[in-house]
Structure formats: structure tokens, C-alpha cells
Ligand binder design. Sequence first.
Ligand SMILES: [Zn+2]
Ligand SMILES: [Zn+2]
Length: 299
Amino acid sequence: MQVPDLPKLIYYAIPFFVITVIIEGLIINKHSPKSYKTKDAITSIVTGLIGNVFIGLLSKILVLFLFTYTWEHIRIATIPFAWWSWLLIFFLDDFAYYWFHRISHKSRVFWASHVVHHSSEEYNLSTALRQTWTGGFYGFVFWIWLAFIGFHPIMILFQMSVSLIYQYWIHTELIHKMPKWFEYIFNTPSHHRVHHGSNPLYLDKNHAGILIIWDRMFGTFQPEVEEEKVVYGLVTNIKTYNIFRIAFQEWGNMFTDAFKAKTSFVNKLKYFLKPPGWKHDGTGILSEDLLEEWKKENR
Ligand SMILES: [Zn+2]
Ligand SMILES: [Zn+2]
């Protein structure tokens, strides 16, 4: 099979990221002086640089190996590089991303790595770069079926990076709303601000990558409401600029909770699989509980 020489998108993206992060910072500071948290932005950038460029290189070698193995030895069909297959993978990758992201919020072993992206209490372009160090080593399980049904590994990885790059520009408060038709189909700054909210109304909503239609289809869509200003960050914020704590603290918490709990082995296992906040004795508070409470208060 002829494998086209696809551009290394990330090399074009990095200088673009640097320039736009600086421009956004200058605009924010011009409107309300000293409101831009430079230290927070630098923390995000360094976290992303280590997570995506250095550790990301290792995880990508693993992923490429596993996708290639699957494609070469157990694929059930062969999908060529063609206009229709690019169209198809655009939708299938985005569908895979939606479920990966939704489960990243609903199962603690995935949350332990995804929490990094939500750990800033700020919301600007630099927040987009705050990326996991550990997720790359197992998140791919949501995409490997694409190699199995016959998509070439290079095509899958390329579309995954298109999606990641798309999601950069939506991390801003400078764009209020896009045109109505665009807001209906695509993930936008407004939709993704909701996703970064710790308000009970906004928790575990809008998991979209590029297309917001998946959230609309599967019942996780929540529009940004004027009366409910987004409070960015986590339900319990970690309050640190220490990149190692940002990257690993939730892993530590998860193992501690599981080992400390005086309960059965199966229950201990559930500390890894159940949503963040879950406890074996029923005293845990989940995002649904916070929403119920909020609804009672706001009736
Ligand atoms: Zn998320
Ligand atoms: Zn985000």
C-alpha cells in the first residue's frame, strides 16, 4: 500500500501556539491589567511540553507499534488512503474521542491522567497545552479498533493530531459565541468553557473533540448559560504549580484510597473503575449528587 508523506502537523503548530498564547496574554492584560496569570500559563506550557513532546514521543512509539501490529496481522479489511476514507476517519476518530473523553471523566483510572488538563483555574490558550503525561500509554485503547477494521496506523495518528490541534483554539474567553450554525455542529470556546467548569451544572458535560453533535446525541450537552458564570478548575482544586504533583497527584490519591479502604478486593478494584469521588461505603459524592443538590438549592 502506498503510504502518503503526511505533514508533521505539530512542527507547524508549535510556533503558532507560542505566538497566539503571547498575543492572547497581551490582549487580556490590556483589558484588565495584571489579570493574566503568567505563572499558571508557564506551568501549563511546561506540562504540555514534557507530556506531549518528550513523554509523548515514547507513548507514540508504543502506540504506533501496537496499531501497526494490529493492522498487519489481524485487520479484517484494507481501507485505502482516499478522499472518502479521510471523511470516514474524521467522523470515526471524533466518535472514538468522545467516548474516550467521556470515560476519562467517569472512570478514575482514566481520570487520574486526564485531571491534568482540568487542573488550572484559569482558562486561556495556554490551558489547552496543559496535557497529561500518562494518558498516552493507555488511552489508545479507544482507537485501536480503527486499525483492526483496516485504517492505516499513520492515518489514525494523523487524524488524532488534527483533533488535538483543533481543540487548541477553543480554550479562550476572548471569543464569546460563534455563528449559530457553527455552535450547533462544532465544538466551540463556549461549549468547551462549560466542559472546564466546576459548577455542578457544568460537570461532566460537552466531551466533544471537533463535533459537538455527539454530546447532543448521547445526552451530555450543556449550553453555557449567562446566569451561571463558569468557575474553572476542579471540584477540589490542587493549588500548585508543581508539575510533578499536577501530573501524578491523582494517581497517588487513587492508589491510597484503594489500599487504605477496609473492604473486599472487588471493592478495592472499584476505586480504579468507578467515577472520581466514589467510595465503597456509599459516602462518596459524585458529580450527579452535586447536580441534584444544586438543583434543590436553585429551584
Ligand atoms: Zn475533560
Ligand atoms: Zn480543554
